[in-house]
Design a protein around this ligand. Structure first.
Ligand code: AP5
Length: 219
């Protein structure tokens, strides 16, 4: 199963991607997570990406495209993957088409998560992420059982640096000026679906499963 998730920062892509991963057993490939991991490890890609990410700007296409090309060739991607945060520019979408052609992959679904500005700001300001396993929480909407502690692995939760007010503002401008164009790039395809991302995470997941022709019970 091959899925692309589009949508503004904070629209719930990562949250629903983890639910799809749990039910269908295909890996969640978040370019944001892969980049953050590279930054934390101080790799060459991480060092190149850090300043862009700190300022809410897009990391240059060539860096991200190479990174994704390498990742989709790994063993766990053989039967499918969920792309979250890629593509983000027309150049990345064109590169992805070439990758799919080379690997003879047909995309099953492209979901565009549509959320209001108020929803986005509220979600980003309350997001907490597990340092160890990447599980995503929200201090009000999806709180952990114990404050600042991951339900799944018990590690500490943290607030992403790019969820601070000024950086969020930049990320939303970047989304509107560069990434939103992808909707018109993809919307004519039969496999393009709109998801009302103002709904609860479980409701979004049910919608996604329905579009995939599956029941929405978690796996
Ligand atoms: P990235 O990590 O991809 O961030 P993003 O796209 O801005 O997306 P987010 O992770 O902020 O939001 P999300 O939609 O996944 O929401 P989530 O599920 O967490 O990118 C970060 C940076 O990396 C970029 O700025 C850029 O610099 C770089 N980068 C990444 N990819 C790149 C690329 N392809 N090209 C160039 N640069 C790239 O949910 C948010 C919060 O809301 C959580 O707290 C969650 O618990 C809560 N929540 C989620 N859904 C619901 C719901 N339905 N109801 C209530 N609460 C909810």
């Amino acid at each position: 199963m091959y899925i692309i998730l589009l949508g503004a920062p904070g629209s719930g892509k990562g949250t629903v991607a983890k639910m799809i991963e749990g039910k269908f057993g295909v890996p969640h490939l978040s370019t944001g997570d892969i980049l953050r991991d590279n930054v934390n490890k101080g790799t060459c890609v991480g060092n190149q990406a850090k300043e862009y990410m700190d300022n809410g700007k897009l990391v240059p296409d060539d860096i991200v495209i190479q990174m994704v090309k390498g990742r989709v060739l790994e063993e766990d991607c053989k039967t499918g993957f969920i792309l979250d945060g890629f593509p983000r520019t027309i150049k990345q979408a064109e590169a992805l088409e070439l990758i799919f052609d080379e690997l003879d992959i047909t995309i099953d679904a492209i979901f565009n998560f549509e959320a209001s500005q108020e929803t986005i700001i509220e979600r980003l300001s309350g997001r907490r992420t597990c340092k160890n396993c990447g599980a995503i929480y929200h201090i009000k909407n999806i709180p952990p059982k114990v404050e600042d502690e991951c339900d799944k692995c018990g590690d500490r939760l943290y607030q992403r640096d790019d969820d601070k007010k000024d950086v969020v503002k930049n990320r939303l401008v970047v989304y509107k000026t560069q990434t939103k164009k992808l909707i018109s790039y993809y919307e004519k395809q039969d496999s393009f679906y709109k998801i009302d991302a103002n709904k609860k995470a479980g409701e979004m997941f049910v919608e996604v499963c329905k579009d995939l022709g599956q029941s929405g019970k978690s796996g």
